[in-house]
Design a protein around this ligand. Sequence first.
Ligand SMILES: NC(=O)c1ccc[n+]([C@@H]2O[C@H](COP(=O)([O-])OP(=O)(O)OC[C@H]3O[C@@H](n4cnc5c(N)ncnc54)[C@H](OP(=O)(O)O)[C@@H]3O)[C@@H](O)[C@H]2O)c1
Length: 317
Amino acid sequence: MWLSLVVLVGLYYLVRWYRERQVVSHLQDKYVFITGCDSGFGNLLARQLDMQGMRVLAACLTEEGAKQLRDRTSARLETVTLDVTNTESIAAATQWVKEHVGERGLWGLVNNAGIALPVAPNEWLTKQDFVRVLEVNLLGVIEVTLSLLPLVRKARGRVVNVASILGRLSLSGGGYCISKYGVEAFSDSLRRDLFYFGVKVAIIEPGFFRTNILPLERYSQTLKNQWNQASSEVKETYGEKFLAHYMKTITSLENMCSEDLSLVTNCMEHALTACYPRTRYSAGWDAKLFYIPMSYLPTFLVDAIISWNAPKPEKTL
Ligand SMILES: NC(=O)c1ccc[n+]([C@@H]2O[C@H](COP(=O)([O-])OP(=O)(O)OC[C@H]3O[C@@H](n4cnc5c(N)ncnc54)[C@H](OP(=O)(O)O)[C@@H]3O)[C@@H](O)[C@H]2O)c1
């Protein structure tokens, strides 16, 4: 009985491994559009796909970022400046993509651009603080996708959305986790909508990686500003000790971050080039072994684990 179970599980993984190794043909003719290529995962993915011979259309927030990327890649890779919070910028980038891909359509759309700050206890923030993050990480993803979808449908291509383990576990206040839960929800409904058109949607759920997304010096300053702007009631309730502990907890993340960004970009590449891509990719050992399993625990256990070493407010009455 146990032996047949082991054989069945082994067979399942063998078949899965074989299926996942099948790569789509004519990669050199396929166009992939990636947002947020100035730095981090987007930048590495653009260079990686360029090396594989794919036709990369890299969107950068700044012209400087675009120039630096062009300097490190082949003449095949082309760049455009794109602010995903700006409708005119998205329309102009869409037109640019249309002119490049022509009748072939767009094989891959990678929604990667994102910001994290401000991260703080919710009560210290304003509505505008939430809006700023949601505009880039969620509404930006939605608007770029809606704008480019006809081109992706034409190619029966792929949409790859970068969420996070923070789209499964809300570990901090602020708009970031909310935006990533939103990306998960949007991607799930999009996958079902697009199934009939042969378009596949993949979600990338990285753990913690060292990129520009949480610049610790700027973060400390932002948190101090949030604290300074908070009402005297909030300050009295939470107390300076809370601020110090909170800041220490976030800055200690630095030591937990992986430096190997290819763990994430390899998942993105697989989602774009495999005949049978996965629906979800957990990227990084922390995601695979800790955060994703934890997201399946009962809520009371998750709360207990998260609040175990978390800062506590001074006055709770
Ligand atoms: N690093 C992690 O631990 C981690 C974990 C899970 C998920 N993620 C997600 O991975 C994605 C990439 O982040 P990353 O870690 O590689 O950080 P990153 O190095 O900061 O890359 C984010 C990119 O987005 C760009 N960007 C910011 N605002 C934009 C806007 N309004 N329009 C267009 N582009 C904009 C940034 O441009 P500038 O550089 O010019 O600001 C940057 O190139 C994000 O969606 C992030 O949420 C990261």
